[in-house]
Design a protein around this ligand. Structure first.
Ligand code: NCD
Length: 303
């Protein structure tokens, strides 16, 4: 594993390695001083709070250094191509973490250093999916027949796309189980193509904008996203809203997830509900990202 652009870059062994390392870091065990001194390049061409700052925290905790690209103050303003700007950054770094609005960025740019995709347009967000699954594993057993509801902007949410790929990787690994999916969103937010990626295991067959579906489906996991307005024209106000009254109607061990930021799709009344794990997702992001950086730099194995 020398890059993490898509969930497709990972084997089950890679994922287990990352989770084992993340668990080690979460237990606050000492990070050994290393005789190498990597510099990580952070290049974000789109806004970010959680992903950017959790990567920065992860790098600090590992005792490494980073440099951060500032698009408004770079030679791109003098007409430099994106390829030249990235190749320049690579001269100063041992690993690049990049977020870009263009889903084709990794086909169009040649990278010479290990690279982590921190979100490429609506396509994928593999580090988020890994921290999502790491959080799921705190409460759920992946070898059970899990039922997962995705609520919100199904077509343009890269976090959903990567998480489905990751879940299906595990589902295919355990031959005797089947995950079932349910999608809730406005018609124009639902994606027919996803039926294929989840092997048509959609319940019910008709996807819906009605949260009542969840009452019948009784999901183990509800994964909600905001409408990705920067990627689409969508004038309707989001009124598929989960509030605490609704959440209380779900089984006690259902978990409510969100990659955040939220708009109004999860009411703040849910925040203290034991089913809500979005703060855990944020915290776990640091440990999972520490593990991904370690694994990609191929520095040493925890024993
Ligand atoms: C997500 C993203 O950027 O795709 N946020 C994140 O990384 N935690 C979700 C979003 O922006 O809606």
């Amino acid at each position: 594993m020398n890059k993490l652009i898509s969930i497709d870059d990972l084997t089950i062994d890679d994922i287990n390695d990352i989770f084992e390392l993340a668990e080690y870091f979460k237990e606050n065990k000492d990070v050994k001083t290393l005789d190498i001194n990597p510099v990580i390049g952070i290049m974000f061409f789109e806004p970010s709070t959680r992903t950017n700052y959790s990567f920065q925290t992860a790098i600090h905790k590992l005792g490494f250094k980073f440099i951060e690209y500032n698009h408004d103050n770079s030679s791109s303003k003098k007409g430099e191509t994106l390829q030249d700007t990235i190749s320049t950054f690579e001269c100063y770094c041992d690993l690049i973490i990049i977020r870009h609005p263009d889903k084709n960025i990794f086909n169009e740019i040649v990278f010479s250093k290990p690279v982590i995709n921190a979100g490429n347009g609506p396509e994928e967000h593999p580090t988020q999916a890994l921290l999502d699954l790491f959080t799921i594993m705190d409460r759920k057993n992946l070898s059970d027949n899990l039922k997962i509801s995705f609520v919100g902007d199904i077509i343009y949410s890269r976090t959903i796309h990567s998480l489905i790929k990751l879940l299906e990787k595990f589902n295919n690994n355990y031959t005797d189980i089947d995950y079932t999916y349910n999608f809730v969103g406005y018609t124009e937010l639902l994606d027919k193509h996803l039926e294929k990626s989840v092997n048509n295991k959609i319940y019910p067959n008709i996807q819906s904008h009605d949260l009542k579906n969840l009452l019948e489906f009784q999901p183990d996991i509800i994964y909600t996203t905001r409408i990705q307005r920067e990627r689409r024209n969508f004038n309707q106000d989001q009124n598929i809203i989960i509030d605490n009254e609704f959440l209380e109607k779900m089984p006690e061990d259902t978990i409510l997830m969100h990659p955040l930021p939220r708009n109004n799709e999860i009411h703040t009344s849910c925040d203290k509900n034991n089913r809500s794990v979005y703060y855990d997702q944020m915290k776990n992001g640091v440990y999972v990202r520490m593990a991904i950086i370690y694994k990609l730099l191929n520095i040493y194995k925890v024993n």
